[in-house]
Design a protein around this ligand. Structure first.
Ligand SMILES: [Zn+2]
Length: 114
């Protein structure tokens, strides 16, 4: 991001902000896919056909939080989680752009001071 004009950087930042706006469906968490027995004695799971046990593990105020997911919702859950990663990557890029802008401002101030 060196040798950039402030105009270019601001343009980049605008594009990245638009990307942020397109990533509204996000969740911070991890998808956990396991299987388990339900506890009913006559159930097929007692013979080894375990039930899918899927959840998003996340934290809230440093406490663990679990959101159960139906098997047919796995794709959606993965989409939300993937978007969160993209969002943090995009925010990091915006931060880099802003650092470049701050550096440019500082350089300009130094030049003016001469
Ligand atoms: Zn069962």
């Amino acid at each position: 991001m060196d040798n950039q004009t402030p105009e270019n950087l601001i343009k980049q930042r605008t594009l990245l902000i638009q990307e942020v706006l397109s990533l509204q469906e996000f969740v911070r968490g991890t998808l956990v896919k396991t299987k388990k027995k339900c506890g009913r004695k006559s159930c097929k799971c007692e013979k080894g056909l375990l039930h899918p046990h899927i959840y998003i593990s996340t934290s809230r105020n440093r406490r663990n939080q679990v959101v159960y997911i139906r098997p047919n919702e796995v794709g959606q859950a993965e989409h939300y989680i993937k978007n969160y990663r993209k969002l943090t990557e995009t925010l990091d890029k915006i931060s880099q752009v802003n650092i470049a802008l701050l550096k440019l401002e500082k350089n300009n101030t130094v030049k003016k001071g001469k």
